[in-house]
Design a protein around this ligand. Structure first.
Ligand SMILES: Nc1ncnc2c1ncn2[C@@H]1O[C@H](COP(=O)(O)OP(=O)(O)OP(=O)(O)O)[C@@H](O)[C@H]1O
Ligand SMILES: [Mg+2]
Length: 282
């Protein structure tokens, strides 16, 4: 029986030029959990995700995916079970048309034409790009490419979904839709979702647990509320808490009764707190 989606022990990755990009990583993600890796530019997020997905081979430590040790021999078997949406969509799109790009994975899985068609249509619909299916991917806008890259992975129906900076280049509406879509995907399916980002404002909406990466090492792990309450640690990692958290922390300096309230994670939670303590008329 599978208990852990990802189980990394003392993992290190040293690039060929000698740079150790991640080190002493212990990372356990339970099945159906939503984990987020927070870290500034260069912290090692993309390197870590590439190791989890078997694109880079760790130079130290052990990695289990869905309870099986990841080795050079079995890495290909995991390709359909763990899907990485790359930070740069150009690394994921290489076929003459968008349709072919999304069909590429399912075709390689040996599915029938009918199943491939179904999967491609569904993935295109989910990301709202059905109308662009005949276009060459290099003619898409950056935000559209990002959504297209997500579709190529969704069509594989992986058990673990891994996103590297998913909201980069997305406009506000697309970003909101993406966050909603991720929640829906998680609540409907048996998916484990790992996301690396420095877009702290989306974190409460897409994750249960957060890990802070700083210079290649995890310096903190905890619930999203625990992580965002620790302003000093975030500062060390060159991150700032979400704007809602900052507003709450500033307000409790003037409204000390609020100090016992849990950190608001959504706009709705923050609004009801401010109505309760600051007597904002409704
Ligand atoms: N091919 C490479 N060879 C040597 N060093 C590399 C290589 N790729 C990345 N690095 C270094 O490894 C470190 C981690 O890079 P990585 O891309 O994992 O960071 P990141 O957290 O994803 O950053 P960003 O937020 O900018 O995407 C950086 O210091 C980077 O310069
Ligand atoms: Mg990166």
């Amino acid at each position: 029986m599978v208990h852990c989606a990802v189980d990394m022990k003392n993992v290190q990755y040293r690039y060929p030029d000698g740079h150790i990009a991640i080190d002493e990583i212990n990372f356990e993600v339970g099945l159906h959990e939503r984990a987020v890796i927070l870290g500034a530019n260069g912290a090692g997020k993309s390197t870590l995700l590439s190791i989890i997905c078997g694109i880079l081979e760790a130079t130290k430590g052990t990695i289990k995916i869905l309870n099986e040790e990841l080795t050079a021999k079995n890495v290909h078997e995991f390709r359909a079970r763990i899907g990485l949406v790359f930070q740069e969509p150009d690394n994921q799109l290489f076929m003459p048309t968008l349709w072919e790009d999304i069909a590429f994975g399912p075709l390689n899985m040996g599915l029938t034409d009918k199943e491939v068609n179904q999967r491609v249509d569904e993935a295109l619909k989910v990301v709202g790009l059905s109308h662009l299916k005949e276009k060459p991917p290099h003619h898409l806008s950056v935000g559209e490419k990002k959504r297209a890259a997500i579709a190529t992975v969704l069509a594989m129906r992986p058990e673990i979904l891994v996103f590297d900076e998913p909201t980069a280049h997305m406009d506000p509406r697309t970003r909101n839709e993406f966050v909603k879509f991720l929640s829906k995907l998680h609540s409907e399916g048996n998916l484990t979702i790992i996301t690396a980002t420095h877009d702290v404002n989306i974190v409460p909406l897409i994750a249960d647990r957060a890990y802070v990466l700083y210079e290649g090492k995890f310096i903190e792990a905890g619930s999203v509320a625990e992580i965002f309450s620790n302003a000093k640690m975030l500062e060390k990692a060159h991150l700032t808490p979400p704007i809602l958290t900052q507003l709450f922390l500033n307000t409790i300096k003037h409204v000390p009764q609020m100090v016992h309230e849990p950190l608001p994670m959504t706009l709705a939670e923050a609004s009801s707190l401010f109505q309760k303590y600051c007597k904002i008329p409704t």
